[in-house]
Ligand binder design. Structure first.
Ligand code: SF4
Ligand code: SF4
Length: 434
């Protein structure tokens, strides 16, 4: 019997994922990966993945000779530059690999990560302020689209958020890590203090983005917003848009040298085709497409939006992105929304924290990272993702998935394995920030 030994070593740029029956090793530099369900291979990789073992474990030569799957696994490991084998000789020191480790500690309850409460406002990344909720249009998407992507919306009891409160908000976020502020309505142009709001925001040293439906823009309104020309205006374009009307609006915006981009909303193959035609025939280069989920367009979403396991490997995943998805939802983390009635939200699915009139953004951020849920709603908290090897390669849980999980009886899933009833929603705990 040959009992010589080896060290099997995994490279530091490799991410390892495991579940009960299988293991997955992903090279974040090359995008190559290895997966195994073989009992022996799984046992070896799980041992390698124990924190203290520093991506290394011992292997007997006999193990390799007797189990062809281990032999093949090691061969592939080398070819894909995931790891290597070195003989263990008398004076060979055990290799030390500085494996990736998540910097954040778990809280005492073990359920969540411990964020640094001394720098609360560093977690605020994006702020959306709905300055009013009045609008004279009646779009089909109204009151539904805003849960899926940034979009204007209305609700009963029309209110304009007064400039006094907008000033208070701007003052409060002055020393935060905020990337930018999104301003939307209703129809922002009919806010009774719209001019004053433009004056207030025009010199703010942050990215400010104004959202308006293109149907609410006219030549006169373009004159009104000249003063905010250094900020971006995003024109929301409904699925059933009129190309000539849109071209006229673009003409007014260009004439006034306004900085704008188009956000096309699509809900079907046909609407997507119309958008592509318009883009091909226009000179506008800044545009994006926001798919709009309805109860009838499952197939459109399956084909164009939802992930499947093949799509996961079309892009390379960096180690910092993988680890970040372990801690936070990449789509929601850091977002605060304030509605025109002053109510503060951390997402579009849960109740408000309180009202800006007597509650601060700082308190909202504190509550969200300490007692909330959706900013830190990661795939490892839901079934079947928590048992899936690709849990941290998949994009975070999206607003589309959240809508599907709100019990609207849609039988569609974000991937073939997704279980829409699996998220256990957390109760909002609104403790006071101290
Ligand atoms: S423009 Fe916006 S706020 Fe007005 S009806 Fe359409 S979606 Fe609603
Ligand atoms: S089960 Fe979840 S983690 Fe796995 S591929 Fe599907 S969506 Fe991604």
């Amino acid at each position: 019997m040959n009992n010589s030994k080896y060290y099997i070593v995994i490279n530091p740029e490799v991410y390892i994922s495991e579940n009960i029956k299988s293991v997955f090793l992903y090279n974040t530099k090359t995008g190559e990966y290895l997966k195994s369900k073989d009992l022996e291979v799984v046992k070896i990789v799980k041992e390698i993945n124990i924190l203290e073992n520093l991506y290394c474990c011992e292997l007997e030569k006999d193990q390799i000779i007797k189990n062809k799957k281990i032999d093949k696994f090691i061969e592939e490991l080398k070819i894909k530059r995931i790891g290597y084998l070195i003989p263990k000789k008398k004076n060979t020191k055990r290799p030390i690999v500085l494996r990736p480790v998540l910097g954040l500690k778990k809280r005492k309850d073990g359920k969540r990560f411990q964020f640094d409460n001394n720098y609360i406002m560093n977690y605020l990344l994006n702020l959306t302020i709905q300055i009013n909720n009045r609008c004279n249009l009646d779009c089909n998407i109204c009151n539904k689209a805003f849960k899926q992507f940034t979009c204007c919306f209305t609700y009963e009891e029309y209110t304009d958020l007064s400039i006094t409160f907008i000033k208070k908000i701007v003052e409060e976020v002055k020393y935060s890590s905020l990337n930018g502020i999104k301003i939307l309505g209703g129809d922002i142009f009919i806010h009774s203090q719209f001019n004053d709001i433009c004056d207030l925001l025009k010199n703010i040293n942050r990215e400010i983005i104004f959202y308006t439906n293109y149907l609410n823009v006219s030549e006169i309104k373009c004159e009104m917003i000249k003063k905010i020309k250094r900020h971006l205006i995003i024109l929301l374009v409904n699925p059933e848009f009129d190309g000539n009307g849109l071209n006229s609006v673009l003409k007014y915006l260009k004439k006034n040298s306004l900085n704008f981009s188009l956000q096309f909303i699509t809900n079907s193959e046909e609407s997507l085709e119309n958008v592509n035609k318009f883009i091909d025939n226009s000179s506008v280069s800044n545009n994006s497409i926001s798919p709009f989920l309805t109860e009838e367009n499952n197939d459109f979403f399956r084909k164009n939006v939802f992930i499947d396991k093949k799509k996961i490997f079309l892009t390379k995943h960096k180690m910092n992105e993988i680890y970040s998805k372990k801690v936070k939802n990449q789509f929601i983390f850091g977002n605060i929304y304030i509605n025109s009635n002053g109510e503060i939200y951390s997402n579009r699915f849960e109740n408000s924290f309180g009202n800006i009139k007597n509650f601060s953004i700082r308190e909202a951020v504190y509550n969200e990272i300490n007692f909330g849920g959706m900013w830190t709603l990661t795939r490892d908290k839901v079934k079947p993702c928590k048992d899936c090897l690709y849990e941290l390669l998949c994009p975070s849980i999206s607003s589309y998935e959240m809508i599907m999980m709100e019990g609207n009886n849609l039988n569609i899933t974000a991937c073939s394995d997704f279980d829409k009833n699996s998220i256990k929603r957390t109760e909002r705990s609104n403790e006071k920030f101290i």
